[in-house]
Design a protein around this ligand. Structure first.
Ligand SMILES: Nc1nc2c(c(=O)[nH]1)N[C@H]1C(S)=C(S)[C@@H](COP(=O)(O)O)O[C@H]1N2
Ligand SMILES: [Mo]
Length: 226
């Protein structure tokens, strides 16, 4: 068989997720609410309390990035590595999602409307290789965090540039940060610069320091204990 020159197809599960997401975005007028998730009857994950403000957490350096200097790249186990300038990023399809944020330090903040490019769209463009299983996210402040591709491939995961209709402030990761609503917020890399697709899991900054490799707030996966 000769399939040289052809891109690998988007794998079955990813393809189905992308199609389902596109239908849902269309049906819901491109606004997704976490409340349509039937999985959780209670809204606050175990051990969390609701806050009304939005705390800032970082490693102590806040990159001062102009959108002119900004670029975003994807490499590793993908068929089509990618590099976007700010204008190229903003020219991609966009959606708004309304989500709850859950930080491992026990605060949760409800109903945050983020706008940006769906991670599913990115996956559709780069085509992860057949053995790709995880990603490592790298940010402009040197922060890293790891994610299973399955968690990236959700219709509410965004490369977000706006919050409540305004550009995300520098402190909160502007001009662009990832938002992964279903995991603790340390997985939502601020000032996202690069995504590497990997064929095995590998710990990022907090994961090397005892945080859980996955970080599902509903399972209270705060720390890896052994
Ligand atoms: N680049 C980068 N992203 C990051 C962090 C960081 O230090 N650097 N901190 C993480 C942690 S621990 C949390 S709780 C959230 C905090 O996001 P916020 O400051 O917008 O609340 O960002 C996450 N993403
Ligand atoms: Mo955090």
């Amino acid at each position: 068989m000769d399939d040289s020159g052809k891109d690998p197809p988007l794998t079955g599960a990813l393809k189905e997720k992308l199609i389902a997401a596109k239908q849902r975005w269309a049906r819901e007028g491109r606004l997704l609410t976490g409340q349509t998730d039937p999985q959780h009857k209670r809204r606050l994950p175990p051990g969390q309390r609701e806050v009304k403000d939005w705390p800032v957490l970082d490693l102590g350096t806040v990159p001062n990035l102009s959108t002119k200097d900004w670029s975003f790249t994807v490499a590793g186990a993908v068929a089509r590595p990618l590099r976007w300038s700010w204008d190229e990023f903003m020219a991609q399809p966009q959606v708004t999602v309304k989500i709850d944020m859950h930080c491992v330090t026990a605060w949760s903040r409800f109903d945050n409307a983020f706008t940006g490019v769906p991670a599913l769209h990115l996956l559709d463009l780069v085509r992860p290789g057949p053995r790709a299983s995880h990603v490592m996210l790298r940010s402009y402040d040197g922060y890293t965090t790891n994610l299973p591709i399955a968690d990236l491939a959700d219709d509410d995961v965004l490369l977000a540039h706006s919050w409540e209709g305004k550009p995300i402030g520098r402190d909160h990761g502007g001009p662009m940060r990832l938002i992964v609503p279903k995991l603790y917020l340390w997985k939502s890399a601020k000032w996202l610069r690069h995504v590497t697709f990997l064929e095995a899991d590998s710990p990022g900054y907090w994961e090397q320091r005892g945080y859980h490799m996955r970080g599902d707030p509903w399972k209270e996966e705060r720390y890896d204990r052994d």
